[in-house]
Design a protein around this ligand. Structure first.
Ligand code: DOR
Length: 434
């Protein structure tokens, strides 16, 4: 039995935000409430099967769920493998992560999905849910065997990193995904409009002399896909939404009741293309950092629920792939460990209430992926995170469990961190103060 006592329990799934105890038994939430642990603690001292965690001053929340991470196994384990990725996830307070298929080879078969699941079981810690490829080799031509992929453990499909450009293939992929109860996460980029692009198309790109990726390349795909989602009735999800036009389209589709969802990354909520003024390759990412008007629109859309959730798009790359000319640098940045301290800024700045923040980090992604977790209701899987919202610390490469440290936020003084991560009632991470 695990008792988390006296913390601020924030559980949007049951509308709870109060000082309470959480009692966990046999991997499930047994009881939550003021005094729920009363009497039980008495049996704790010296009892090997009862652990009491004092959580006064801390937040106790359903464990975070990331719908979008890149663990590089198989193929590029020098950047990250499943074990190091899961360690980074648990240190960041994540109890479940969804791994995108752009590994080497691409996860487009049952064998690779099964291998990933097996590696995750060996590693232990957070739950790993593969998102398998929608088309073979993510080439956008031939559909994958989605029934096999689902059986092997995939919970969604995507060609992330690539967009399914052919509308007929996309229509069939949505129909197929719907039949096997998989959601479709689209990387919305018209590759014809972005050929050679290095960053967002705008004034900063002109000043830097870098070729730009116009918002239209994202908006065109979102518009087309929403039409196809309506036609097919599939569960369609916009990955890493970044432009204000795409937000408008999703808002309109939701107002008509379409089964459409969207995620936004921490970097698109926090940064703009101005971060690239020094040719900082750590800020090179797809889709690119956009302008202040987009950043504000993303924050507002996350607040009002047009954007359902936050996903990190954790994209580890080695120093070799980042310490080079801008055009040669790989796009992407790591996100799992910096997420909580960086995103708590949104609560401190009054953009999100604590409850909406937890919903965007946990309850909403659980709903979209159809996953265990996302709730501290009695009987739910005991996946939870304890946060110290006031811990001051500095993000450094040595403080990270990830194998890569490509983030522009290194050396940043931050406030707040996950101090304990619990999956299925087991403590998988505990911060050791140095
Ligand atoms: O910046 C990105 N990096 N965007 C993607 O869509 C893929 C990702 C990666 O795999 O590195």
């Amino acid at each position: 039995m695990l008792i988390v006592r006296g913390g601020r329990v924030i559980d949007p799934s049951s509308g709870v935000d109060e000082i309470a105890d959480v009692v966990i038994e046999a991997g499930r939430i047994a009881r939550v409430g003021r005094g729920a642990a009363a009497g039980l603690e008495a049996s704790a001292p010296g009892h090997p099967d009862v652990r009491v965690v004092e959580a006064a001053g801390r937040w106790v929340v359903p464990g975070f769920i990331d719908l979008h991470v890149h663990f590089r196994e198989p193929g590029q384990e020098y950047k990250e493998d499943i074990a190091s990725g899961l360690m980074a996830a648990s240190a960041g307070g994540y109890t479940a992560v969804c791994a995108m298929p752009n590994t080497k080879p691409i996860n487009d078969t049952r064998a690779i999905t099964e291998m990933m699941m097996a590696r995750a079981r060996e590693a232990g810690g957070p739950r790993l849910h593969p998102i398998a490829a929608a088309t073979m080799g993510s080439r956008g031509e031939q559909l994958t065997e989605m029934a096999d992929l689902r059986e092997a453990g995939a919970i969604g499909v995507s060609d992330d990193g690539r967009c399914v450009m052919n509308a007929l293939v996309m229509r069939r992929a949505l129909e197929y995904a719907r039949n096997f109860d998989l959601f479709f996460s689209q990387h919305c980029e018209d590759h014809h409009l972005t050929a050679g692009a290095q960053m967002h198309e705008g004034e900063i790109a002109t000043r830097l002399g870098l070729q730009g990726w116009p918002r239209a390349a994202e908006d065109i795909i979102v518009a087309r896909d929403l039409i196809l989602a309506e036609l097919t009735g599939a569960r369609y999800h916009v990955a890493h939404i970044s432009s204000l036009g795409a937000i408008r389209l999703v808002r309109e589709a939701k107002s008509r009741g379409l089964a459409v969802t969207a995620e936004v990354t921490p970097h698109h909520l926090l940064l703009t293309d101005e971060a690239l003024l020094g040719y900082d390759t750590s800020c090179k990412v797809n889709p690119p950092l956009r302008e202040e008007a987009d950043r504000q629109a993303l924050r507002e859309a996350l607040r009002d629920g047009t954007i359902d959730c936050i996903a990190t798009d954790h994209a580890p790359h080695s120093a070799l792939e980042k310490d080079c000319e801008f055009a040669a640098a790989a796009p992407g940045l790591i996100g799992l460990e910096p997420a909580v301290p960086l995103l708590l800024e949104l609560v401190r700045d009054g953009v999100l209430s604590p409850s909406r923040w937890v919903e965007a980090m946990s309850t909403a992604p659980a709903r979209i992926g159809g996953l265990a977790g996302g709730s501290l209701a009695q009987g739910a899987a005991a996946d939870l995170t304890v946060i110290d919202p006031d811990a001051d610390w500095t993000l450094t490469a040595t403080s990270l469990s990830s194998r890569s440290s490509n983030t522009p936020f290194l050396s940043r003084e931050v406030r707040g961190r996950a101090v304990m991560t619990v999956v299925g009632g087991e403590v998988v991470y505990e911060h050791q103060p140095s």
